[in-house]
Ligand binder design. Structure first.
Ligand SMILES: [Zn+2]
Length: 103
C-alpha cells in the first residue's frame, strides 16, 4: 500500500478494502478509558481467520477494548518496514479518531 497520497484519500481506500489486503500490517488501537492503559497492537495476520473478508471499516467499527469493552478512541494502521517488527520509522495511517498518534 502506498501512503504517499493524502491521508483522507488513502483512508477512504483502506477502509473499503477487505482486511486480508493488509496482511503483515498492524492495527494500533487506543482505548478511551484512561485506566485501561492505552494502546494495543493487533497484528492483522492474527485476525484474518475470523475477519479476513470483512472490509476494514467494519473491522474498525467492531474493535472493542478487551477490558472495558468500549469502542476504540482511535485506530492507526502501521506498515512495518521490517516484517514482524514495529519501528518508529513505520508508515502509519490514521483510520479513526483525531490522529493524536500512539503517544
Ligand atoms: Zn478499555
Amino acid at each position: 500500500m502506498a501512503f504517499n497520497r493524502s491521508q483522507d484519500v488513502e483512508r477512504r481506500h483502506v477502509l473499503a478494502r477487505p482486511l486480508h489486503t493488509f496482511s503483515g500490517h498492524v492495527l494500533q488501537v487506543r482505548c478511551p478509558t484512561p485506566s485501561c492503559g492505552g494502546v494495543r497492537q493487533l497484528w492483522i495476520d492474527a485476525l484474518l481467520g475470523r475477519w479476513g473478508e470483512r472490509p476494514m471499516n467494519k473491522v474498525v467499527a467492531t474493535l472493542r477494548c478487551t477490558h472495558c469493552l468500549q469502542p476504540a478512541a482511535w485506530v492507526m494502521l502501521r506498515r512495518p518496514v521490517y516484517p514482524g517488527q514495529l519501528r518508529q520509522s513505520d508508515l502509519t495511517l490514521v483510520l479513526l479518531g483525531g490522529g493524536l498518534g500512539p503517544r
